[in-house]
Design a protein around this ligand. Structure first.
Ligand code: DAT
Ligand code: MG
Length: 149
């Protein structure tokens, strides 16, 4: 099974979208194996977004992601990385299709509600940044036989 990292950003928490967003992933069939609320500090923010250092939007991105608590999750399932990315929609909510999280809840790129890993390698790196191994649960879920053939 594949694992991905997803995070409801500060705007999503403030706007009361945590339950809905987690519910979407659950209903799709992805299994929550890690979950926590935290307030990202500058050190974690700069490590999480290391690939964007030096870009024009970097400083605003740092301020946004550290502006309030976030909810971080590890989701497990077949092709979890791609499935979760597709459910989030394009980076800019203006271009994200209806039915996607960003397309349903966002208006601007700097307030796009959710983060999701863009590749299995990113997922592994980001899970490691936010979760200790013992914070991830290994368990059987009763719907597995109805989700997978
Ligand atoms: P994604 O979050 O879809 O993986 P990304 O990794 O390219 O997108 O960028 C990280 C975040 O930075 C993104 O969620 C919003 C912000 N961002 C990206 N490109 C931007 C831009 N051109 N202007 C302003 N903010 C931007
Ligand atoms: Mg990204």
């Amino acid at each position: 099974m594949d694992r991905t990292f997803a995070m409801v950003k500060p705007d999503g928490v403030q706007r009361g979208l945590v339950g809905d967003i987690l519910s979407r992933f659950e209903q799709r069939g992805l299994k929550v194996v890690g979950l926590k609320m935290l307030w990202i500090d500058e050190d974690l923010a700069s490590r999480h977004y290391a690939e964007h250092v030096g870009k024009g939007f970097y400083q605003k991105l740092m301020e946004y992601i550290t502006s309030g608590p976030v909810v971080a999750a590890v989701l497990e399932g077949k092709n979890a990385v791609q499935i979760a990315r597709d459910m989030m929609g394009k980076t800019n909510p203006m271009e994200a299709g209806p039915g996607t999280i960003r397309g349903d809840y966002g208006l601007e790129i700097g307030r796009n509600v959710i983060h999701g890993s863009d590749s299995p390698a990113s997922a592994e790196r980001e899970i490691g940044l936010f979760f200790k191994p013992e914070e991830l649960q290994d368990y059987e879920k009763i719907d597995a036989i109805w989700l997978y053939e």
